[in-house]
Ligand binder design. Structure first.
Ligand code: SF4
Length: 447
């Protein structure tokens, strides 16, 4: 439904509709369930939203197939085939990912996506108070085998997909020794043998910066960027949310080191911790500017159901309801320690500042100055493998950012600066300028 509309005729022929969603898609999922009921199509729901909030859907969904599908979906299908499917299927088991089948990529129109997904691991060894990963997937990191990962890459490749592949792991580096000794060397060999058709992105924790060898292997394997939860620069807030891996370190130096080794950092920040001082807004903007992190996502703290934060706030009588899952909609599902208006005004000021053209383009230069991508022979570009949208990106960016946009002076300044100082990085500079435009438009629509 990100790429196509659900039409009535899609429902007319269907025996069942299988619905999966994350909490940000709650409204859309609720609407789809209502439409299915109207069309007399039975619904089968599973995935994170339904697993954590099944009480909200038990009266409107025909079958809830919860937790990890590898454990519950086969049981449901067996019962369905035998004619006695039950209302709800749950499991306490954290499944063995080595049983996970290959995705059926033929069901997806890949041309409509900016990147494809590959999940190598589930679970995270850390236990941040606001995060529900440990509830959903546990703290023991479970991984697929090297052969599974290569089979998934082969499957994308054989369907002629080229471009970005996101490793959608909760924390890609949860099991470092397996990555270093098994998975990354295999991906390096695969990617090189195929002429580097893919560029990878993933999510990891800041302690990645402690392991130079791991970063270098990731870069050689074709990883271009990594999303890191930096969350806050305030040590007391890090203690409060149990983000201990971020404590007692020079976070700016960590980001800089990762950039210098050839991985671009994208990062998440959170405002609204009990321990946030009034200076947190200024400190957060300054950190983002000084870090050169172009893609900085800033959210207000919220408490997803079943997290330790949710339990603490309930005990303290501060919960106001359920989170929306949308961390930019200015909603907070608890009474914050800071005055609410001060928090919202401060939040808006940070978002406005970091995506204003002068700040954003200045940050891009800081990043481009220190970023040292791997020196490799560029793969031969085959026009047939490029998506039309990529071919249109340059002229459109010139028109929208360089001619019409209010940032046009900054845009051309960046392009010429990069052309003279870091000519190899011009395509990246254009890409990041486009990202900035997206972030600015997106955040303006919220603010
Ligand atoms: S490190 Fe990330 S995935 Fe792991 S518990 Fe903390 S927020 Fe969740």
């Amino acid at each position: 439904m990100n790429t196509t509309k659900l039409r009535d005729k899609d429902l007319e022929w269907a025996d069942y509709a299988l619905i999966s969603a994350m909490s940000i898609q709650r409204k859309s999922a609720t609407d789809v369930i209502a439409r299915c009921r109207e069309a007399n199509v039975k619904t089968i729901a599973g995935g994170p939203l339904f697993t954590t909030d099944y009480e909200d859907f038990v009266d409107v969904v025909d079958h809830l197939v919860l937790n990890e599908a590898e454990a519950t979906l086969p049981r449901f299908l067996k019962d369905l085939e035998a004619g006695h499917a039950e209302k709800m299927y749950t499991s306490d088991e954290y499944v063995n990912l080595q049983k996970t089948p290959l995705p059926l990529w033929e069901l997806v129109d890949m041309k409509k996506y900016a990147s494809m997904n590959l999940q190598y691991s589930r679970g995270c060894p850390f236990d941040c108070e606001f995060c529900d990963i440990s509830v959903l997937f546990g703290r023991r990191v479970r991984t697929k085998t090297r052969d599974q990962v290569l089979a998934e890459l082969d499957s994308l490749y054989s369907r002629k997909y080229r471009g970005d592949v996101f490793f959608v792991d909760d924390n890609f580096i949860g099991n470092r020794s397996k990555l270093k000794n098994d998975i990354l060397p295999a991906i390096i060999a695969w990617n090189e043998a195929k002429g580097r058709p893919f560029s990878f992105q993933t999510e990891a924790t800041i302690d990645l910066s402690d392991d130079e060898e791991l970063i270098q292997l990731m870069v050689r394997a074709g990883f271009s960027s990594v999303f890191i939860g930096i969350e806050t620069t305030n040590e007391d807030s890090l203690s409060e949310c149990n983000k201990l891996q971020n404590k007692n370190r020079d976070l700016l130096a960590c980001v800089s080191k990762i950039h210098k080794l050839g991985l671009r950092v994208m990062a998440g920040f959170i405002l609204g911790f009990d321990n946030d001082p009034p200076s947190i807004f200024e400190r957060t903007s300054a950190f983002i500017q000084n870090s050169g992190i172009a893609s900085a996502m800033i959210g207000l703290l919220n408490a997803p159901r079943h997290t330790k934060l949710y339990q603490r706030l309930a005990k303290e009588g501060r919960l106001l309801g359920e989170e929306t899952g949308d961390h930019m909609d200015l909603a907070i599902n608890f009474i914050p320690a800071m005055d609410y208006d001060t928090l919202i005004q401060g939040y808006k000021a940070v978002v406005r500042r970091i995506y204003s053209p002068p700040a954003y383009y200045q940050r891009l230069k800081k990043f481009l100055r220190e970023f040292k991508p791997l020196q490799i022979k560029a793969p031969r570009l085959r026009i047939s493998s490029l998506k039309i949208s990529y071919l249109q990106a340059l002229p459109r960016s010139v028109l929208l950012l360089g001619i019409i946009g209010k940032e046009r002076l900054h845009y051309w300044n960046l392009i010429f600066w990069t052309l003279f100082r870091r000519p190899r990085l011009v395509p990246l500079a254009v890409t990041l300028a486009i990202h900035g435009f997206h972030f600015r438009r997106f955040s303006e629509s919220y603010l």
